[in-house]
Each structure stands twice: as structure tokens, then as C-alpha cells.
Design a protein around this ligand. Structure first.
Ligand code: HEC
Ligand code: HEC
Length: 176
């Protein structure tokens, strides 16, 4: 093969490739950018799947099936405050009393799936918050003269929601 024939051949190859590219481009709706973005998520997107709180609660409910009424202390591994609470109710406290009132999900205090672990300091803080609340309700509020003698449902009480109201750090003012 001589030199000019080689050159002519490579020009043909380039031309064919060019036409092919145009066909592919038009075939994609002239929109290479979108398909590239779909295939390759934004660099700051979280790669791990998001924590699914509903699924986690469903899995725990399945795991304790038939033992919902037993004391939490017998069903779970590491409960201190709630040892006497029915095991099924503990999950409701976790979902509504704790997660919802602080505006977080379970992973604020737990490593997903390792519920008995103490790895997150927020878990111990929550235990101490529980004790603080017990003291406010058991000692401090009943010690207010005007509330003396209030019993049962009529008692003056606070709970996590009273202060947190959907926020990890309770507000100390109402803003402007
Ligand atoms: C604000 C912190 C906090 C949040 C949010 C929270 N938990 Fe807990 N969780 C605790 C604490 C504290 C304990 C231990 C209670 C005790 O000592 O009586 C606990 C204990 C548990 C246990 C018992 C584990 C064992 O074997 O000892 C389970 C199960 C559990 N939580 C599930 C959940 C789920 C599910 C969610 C989300 C819906 C959740 N928690 C949200 C603080 C939290
Ligand atoms: C009397 C008000 C009050 C009540 C009631 C209360 N908290 Fe708190 N909580 C606070 C304050 C104040 C902080 C500290 C906020 C900060 O860091 O400045 C806090 C912080 C926390 C934290 C640490 C937050 C973080 O991750 O930095 C957790 C967890 C928590 N509370 C859980 C609870 C739970 C669970 C209850 C109910 C058992 C509860 N709290 C009830 C006032 C309250």
C-alpha cells in the first residue's frame, strides 16, 4: 500500500466515524448532557442508601413478634430506663417520643441496626434527659404550690416535645 492510498483510507475512516457520531447524537435526542448526568450522579450526592426509618421499625416489630407485651428488659439487650416498659411500647417511644420530638431519625442516637450499641453519645444524653424529665415531673412541678394535689392525668407534666419541638437544640427565644 502506498502512502497516499493509506491517507485516503484514513480520511474515509474518519468521515465514517464522523457520520456515525452525528447519527448517535441525533438518536439520543441531541441531548448527550442529560444521559451523562443520569448515569453519573452529582459529586456531592450521598453514595449510601438513605436510612429507611419505616423499614427499620417494621423489621424490629417483626423481630419482637409475640413478645410485644413482655418487659423491654427481657426482650432487648441494653435497656436501663425502660426495663419495665412493654417491648412494643418502647418502639413507639423511639419513633414518636424521641425521633419525632427532636426532629431526627433513629440514627441520631443509634448506629443503624446496632440498637444496643453505645457508640453514639446522643444515646446516653437521651437517658440523662429522661432522668431530668422524670425529676421535673416527679419533684419540681409537684413542688410548685399551685399544682399541689394534682393527680393522674391532671398532673402538670413536660416531655421531650415540650422543649425540643422538632429541634435537636431547643430554642431559647422566639425570634423576631
Ligand atoms: C434521642 C435518642 C434516640 C433516638 C432518636 C432513638 N433512640 Fe432508640 N434508644 C435510645 C436510648 C437512650 C435507648 C436505651 C433506653 C434505656 O436505657 O432504657 C434506646 C434503645 C433502643 C432499643 C433497644 C436496644 C437494645 O437491644 O438494648 C431499640 C431497639 C431502639 N432504641 C430502637 C430505636 C429506633 C427504631 C429508633 C428510631 C425510630 C430509635 N431507637 C431512636 C435513644 C434513642
Ligand atoms: C427542659 C427542656 C428539655 C427537655 C424536657 C428535654 N430536653 Fe433534651 N435538651 C435540652 C437542652 C437545653 C439541650 C442542650 C442543647 C444544646 O446543645 O445547647 C438538650 C439536648 C438534648 C440532646 C443532645 C442533642 C444533640 O445531639 O446535640 C438529646 C439527645 C436530647 N436533648 C434528648 C432529649 C430527650 C430524649 C428528651 C425527653 C426524654 C429531652 N431531651 C427532653 C432541653 C430539654
Amino acid at each position: 500500500m502506498n502512502f497516499s492510498l493509506k491517507r485516503a483510507l484514513s480520511l474515509v475512516v474518519i468521515a465514517v466515524f464522523g457520520v456515525f457520531s452525528v447519527i448517535v447524537f441525533l438518536g439520543s435526542g441531541g441531548d448527550f448532557k442529560t444521559s451523562a448526568q443520569e448515569a453519573d450522579p452529582a459529586p456531592n450526592a450521598t453514595p449510601e442508601p438513605k436510612f429507611d426509618q419505616k423499614a427499620a421499625i417494621a423489621a424490629l416489630r417483626e423481630k419482637i413478634k409475640g413478645k410485644e407485651k413482655l418487659p423491654a428488659g427481657e426482650v432487648y439487650k441494653n435497656v436501663q430506663n425502660f426495663a419495665q416498659m412493654p417491648a412494643g411500647r418502647l418502639l413507639a417511644v423511639m419513633e414518636f417520643g424521641y425521633s419525632r420530638s427532636l426532629g431526627v431519625d433513629c440514627t441520631h442516637c443509634h448506629v443503624e441496626g446496632r440498637w444496643a450499641s453505645e457508640a453514639k453519645p446522643q444515646k446516653q444524653t437521651a437517658r440523662e434527659m429522661h432522668k431530668m424529665v422524670a425529676r421535673i415531673n416527679g419533684e419540681l412541678l409537684p413542688g410548685i404550690k399551685a399544682f399541689e394535689g394534682r393527680e393522674g392525668r391532671n398532673r402538670a407534666v413536660v416531655n421531650c416535645t415540650t422543649c425540643h419541638r422538632g429541634q435537636v437544640i431547643p430554642a431559647t427565644n422566639l425570634g423576631k
